[in-house]
Design a protein around this ligand. Structure first.
Ligand SMILES: [Zn+2]
Length: 112
């Protein structure tokens, strides 16, 4: 299991893309991770460049089922990020980066 880049983006690591149960993000989906990385950086910049905590990224089917995720969750496909933005970050609805990436099929949400 090898990736061709050291991280999906400047401020997002492969460790953050992995499942909480330790399953690494599938290397064959690296392109998807790079798209998420671009979205992550855009959102991070709009939040003033402060760190954003990744709560959940890739989830294998069994893990997703265990945590009560939706059956067709984008996390299973490695196309979703659950993020916790820093205090003072603009609301999701007012963020242009958020809208931009949602239109391109990225699913992510803010969780408290
Ligand atoms: Zn999610």
């Amino acid at each position: 299991m090898t990736y061709s880049v050291t991280s999906p983006s400047e401020h997002l690591s492969w460790k953050e893309m992995a499942c909480r149960d330790g399953t690494p993000y599938p290397a064959e989906w690296e392109k998807r991770a790079l798209i998420l990385g671009r979205a992550f950086e855009a959102i991070r910049a709009e939040c003033g460049g402060k760190p954003i905590k990744v709560l959940s990224a890739y989830r294998p089917k069994t893990y997703n089922f265990r945590v009560g995720g939706m059956r067709a969750s984008q996390h299973i496909e490695g196309r979703a990020l659950d993020l916790r933005p820093p205090a003072g970050c603009p609301s999701t609805s007012s963020m242009s980066a958020s809208r931009h990436w949602r239109r391109r099929g990225l699913t992510y949400r803010y969780a408290a």
